[in-house]
Design a protein around this ligand. Structure first.
Ligand code: HGY
Ligand code: MN
Ligand code: MN
Ligand code: MN
Length: 405
C-alpha cells in the first residue's frame, strides 16, 4: 500500500472540521456535506470511476460498468455534532484507496465494484439515521422522509431540492438494489474491543436493536422569582425523572440509554420553562430488553408529569431491528481480512450502520479498524495511519476475493 490513503485523507479531513472543538459538523445537504460530496465526486472521477447520484441522494462510484452482482463498499460522510474524523469517512476513503490498491495489484475484476456514499447516516439533521439506505431499500416511506424537518423547520424534500435533486423520484430503488451482489462496509470501531485483543482489524457479527424516541413535556411558563413551587407546572421535573429512569433501567437490563439532545422553551434562566423536548436513544442486546427500558422511561415520565401538572407525549422516531450479518459472507471476509494468519475477531456492535439496513436485502458484512481511545461520536475518536492502512489492505483482499469469484 502506498500513500493513496494519506493523500485522500488530507483532501477530505479539513472539510467541516470545527477549529474550536476539533470535531466535525457535516450535516446532510449543508455546506460542509456538500463540499465533502464534491470532494468524493472529484476523487472518484480522477480515478476514472463513473459517478452517479441515485434517486435518494446517495452517491455511487463505479469501477467497471454498473451492472448486476456488483461488489459494493462505502459508508457515509455526514457526522454527528462535533463528531470524530473516522466514523463514515474511513469507509469512503478506504473504498477508493482499496480500488487503487487492487489496480496496483493488476486485478481485473469479473464483477463490477462500486463505492457508495450514503446520505444522512447519522440522522443528525433530520432525525432518522441511515435515511439514505432506508429510502433505497424501502425501509421508510418517501412521504415520511419528505416531511422530516431540521431544527429550522426545513424539510428533507426542500433540502434535497436545494441540492438539485427531485424529491418526487425518491423511494425504494429495486433496480439499483438488484445490482448489489454483496456490500462490505469498512468502519472505525466505536469501542475498545480490538485495542484489548491487540488486533488492528475485526469483522462484525451483529448490530443490537436500537431506536430513538422523542418526549414532549408541556407545562406552564412563569416567573422564577415569584411563582410559588405549589403553583408551578414545570416540565423540567418529569424530564429529569425520565433521564434518571433511563439510566436505572439501562443498568438493570444490561442495555444503553442516552438523552443527548434536549430543547427547552423559552430557555430563560429566570423563567419556569413552558416546554421541554428531549430525545431518548436506547439500545440493547435483544428486543425484549430494549422494550423494557423504553417502557420504564415512558412510565416514569408519565408518572412524574402527572405529579407536576405537565402533559407528556412520546413519539417513536426510528427503530432498527437486531441485525445478524450473513454468516457465510461474515466468515469469508473474517478469514480473508486475516491475510492468511487466521480469521480476524468477530464483534457485536451497538452502533447503527447503513450495512445494517442493507443486510435485510443483500448479503452484507463489515470490517472494523482498531480505535485506541475507543471514543466515537466525539473529537477524541482515534486510529493510527498504520491501522487504517491495515483495514484498507483487508478491504482490498475481501473485494478482490468477492469480485473475482
Ligand atoms: O449508531 C448510530 O448512532 C448511527 O446510526 N450511526
Ligand atoms: Mn456514527
Ligand atoms: Mn458510521
Ligand atoms: Mn423581571
Amino acid at each position: 500500500m502506498n500513500d493513496d490513503f494519506e493523500e485522500l485523507w488530507d483532501g477530505l479531513a479539513p472539510l467541516g472540521r470545527n477549529r474550536a472543538t476539533g470535531g466535525y459538523r457535516r450535516y446532510s445537504w449543508g455546506p460542509a456535506d456538500t463540499e465533502a460530496r464534491a470532494w468524493f465526486t472529484s476523487a472518484a472521477r480522477a480515478r476514472g470511476l463513473g459517478v452517479e447520484t441515485d434517486r435518494n441522494g446517495n452517491l455511487w462510484a463505479w469501477w467497471g460498468e454498473p451492472g448486476p452482482d456488483a461488489v459494493v463498499t462505502g459508508s457515509h460522510l455526514d457526522s454527528v455534532p462535533d463528531g470524530g474524523a473516522y466514523d463514515g469517512p474511513l469507509g469512503v476513503v478506504g473504498g477508493l484507496a482499496a480500488i487503487d490498491e487492487l489496480r496496483r495489484r493488476g486485478l481485473r475484476p469479473r464483477r463490477p465494484v462500486a463505492v457508495a456514499v450514503f446520505v444522512e447516516e447519522e440522522g443528525a439533521r433530520f432525525g432518522v439515521p441511515c435515511l439514505g439506505s432506508r429510502l433505497l431499500t424501502g425501509a421508510i416511506a418517501p412521504e415520511r422522509a419528505c416531511a422530516l424537518t431540521d431544527a429550522d423547520g426545513v424539510t428533507w424534500s426542500r433540502a434535497m431540492e436545494g441540492a438539485g435533486l427531485d424529491p418526487e423520484r425518491m423511494g425504494a430503488d429495486h433496480e439499483l438494489i438488484g445490482r448489489i451482489g454483496a456490500f462490505v462496509e469498512l468502519h472505525i470501531e466505536q469501542g475498545r474491543s480490538l485495542a484489548c485483543t491487540g488486533d488492528p482489524v475485526g469483522a462484525a457479527s451483529a448490530v443490537w436493536p436500537h431506536g430513538r424516541w422523542r418526549l414532549d413535556f408541556a407545562g406552564q411558563a412563569d416567573h422564577a422569582g415569584t411563582t410559588r413551587l405549589v403553583d408551578r407546572r414545570d416540565p423540567m421535573l418529569p424530564f429529569a425523572a425520565a433521564v434518571q429512569e433511563a439510566r436505572r433501567a439501562a443498568e438493570e437490563h444490561d442495555a444503553l440509554a442516552t438523552v443527548g439532545k434536549v430543547r427547552v422553551s423559552p430557555n430563560g434562566t429566570n423563567a419556569v420553562p413552558s416546554r421541554v423536548r428531549a430525545w431518548l436513544d436506547a439500545r440493547a442486546a435483544d428486543e425484549a430488553a430494549l422494550r423494557a427500558v423504553v417502557d420504564r422511561v415512558d412510565t416514569a415520565a408519565r408518572g412524574s408529569a402527572a405529579d407536576h401538572g405537565v402533559a407528556v407525549t412520546a413519539y417513536l422516531e426510528s427503530t432498527s431491528p437486531l441485525v445478524e450479518f450473513d454468516h457465510r459472507l461474515r466468515d469469508r471476509i473474517a478469514e480473508r481480512a486475516g491475510g492468511g494468519s487466521g480469521a480476524v475477531p468477530l464483534l457485536t456492535t451497538g452502533a447503527g450502520h447503513d450495512a445494517g439496513v442493507l443486510a435485510n436485502t443483500v448479503p452484507t458484512a463489515m470490517l472494523f479498524v482498531r480505535n485506541p481511545t475507543g471514543v466515537s461520536h466525539a473529537p477524541g475518536e482515534s486510529a493510527t495511519a498504520a491501522d487504517c492502512r491495515a483495514g484498507i489492505t483487508a478491504l482490498a483482499d475481501v473485494l478482490a476475493d468477492l469480485a473475482d469469484a
